[in-house]
Design a protein around this ligand. Structure first.
Ligand SMILES: Cc1ncc(COP(=O)(O)O)c(C=O)c1O
Length: 344
């Protein structure tokens, strides 16, 4: 038996309804490379739900981010992103290697770019010695589980517009953001030119999307995708589950559950009184500092990551298969280890 994991929403399996949808299309023959009826249906659904002009299925979220960058930027242009962003710190230089552009990391508070600092980084316009800033990427929810409000996104979009920048949203967990902000995808992305939209963190097996909202940026999408080795063949098995994900608000049910489990966890740990929280809990993760010996003991029963080896800040993240019982067991264990250690 594996340990219960609060390490990542990626540690949950495939959501049963999505797996059923995949199995259901495992019969007969179907066209490949997004030409099958399910991929065509999914594309129409995505275009309508995101008010978009084109979309492309790719294998993973890194590819979606890199392809968005390729679509928008020339090699002499630069991308502004947060210093905590997946693009800047977790993609092994793929945007720099594949899109061939410069990334400029902006300072953040709890993963959110400081809005007043954005314009300080748009410098040396027209200077041939300097990469020209052309796009800003925000992650929603951020890598620290925080959210930009709709008003903040509008404010960022205004800055982009007045400085001739495209706006990209890394939505690897977009469902969690939409659920938390109580809005639909269309509202959430309405100021964006490009969106990376993920499913794996909400229960799909594989397959994320490049979503193009600005008609000027759709040129070359399918060619860039193929060149980047990101065109899957048997796309029906990736598309059918995502149709199900978007149907009957299943995405919302999953995201709400993940977010609720994070709130339950936070409330449980808050009651213990000695846990220091390091970030607000706005989506499906809780960041806090746990004493080192407690971490060692907890790790015998639960998996989770130490996010900062210096401070022992840990990330506790809830996937769709995390239950209230798991949360209760975790909190009880933290409490009992703590009591054991503090009782003389
Ligand atoms: C914010 C964010 N963006 C993108 C990704 C996509 O990553 P992958 O390429 O592993 O699907 C992740 C995965 O952890 C992420 O957290």
């Amino acid at each position: 038996m594996s340990l219960v994991s609060l390490g990542s929403d990626n540690h949950s399996g495939i959501h049963p309804a999505l797996l059923d949808a995949m199995v259901a299309v495992n019969q007969g023959f179907a066209a490949s490379y997004e030409q099958d009826p399910w991929s065509q249906e999914l594309k129409q659904k995505i275009l309508s739900e995101f008010d978009a002009v084109d979309s492309a299925l790719v294998f993973n979220g890194t590819a979606a981010n890199v392809l968005c960058t390729q679509l928008a930027l020339q090699s002499y242009e630069a991308l502004l992103c947060s210093d905590a962003s997946h693009l800047a710190v977790d993609e092994c230089g793929a945007p720099e290697k594949i899109a061939g552009v410069k990334l400029v990391s902006l300072p953040t508070d709890n993963g959110k770019i400081r809005i007043p600092s954005i314009e300080q980084h748009i410098t040396r316009r027209g200077d041939q010695h300097c990469s020209q800033v052309k796009m800003l990427s925000i992650t929603q929810p951020t890598e620290y589980g925080t959210l930009y409000s709709l008003e903040e996104i509008a404010q960022i979009a205004e800055i982009c517009k007045s400085n001739d920048l495209y706006l990209h949203m890394d939505g690897a967990r977009l469902g969690n953001a939409a659920a938390a902000l109580q809005c639909n995808f269309k509202t959430l992305v309405k100021h964006c030119d490009l969106v990376s939209f993920g499913g794996a963190k909400n229960g799909s097996m594989l397959g994320e999307f490049v979503i193009v909202r600005n008609p000027d940026l759709k040129k070359g999408l399918k060619f860039f995708r193929k060149q980047s080795l990101q065109l899957p063949a048997k796309t029906r098995f990736l598309s059918a589950p995502m149709i199900r994900y978007l149907q009957d608000d299943l995405w919302l049910e999953i995201a709400q559950h993940e977010n609720e489990m994070a709130q339950l966890l936070r409330q449980g740990l808050e009651k213990i009184g000695t846990v220091t929280f390091t970030r607000p809990t706005q989506a499906n993760s809780v960041f806090c500092i746990l004493p080192r010996p407690i971490i060692k003991e907890l790790r015998k029963s639960f998996f989770f990551y130490v996010w900062d080896e210096q401070t022992f800040e840990v990330r506790l993240m809830t996937g769709f298969s995390v239950t209230p019982q798991h949360i209760n067991d975790f909190v009880t264990l933290v409490q009992s280890i703590h009591t054991e250690r503090t009782t003389p």
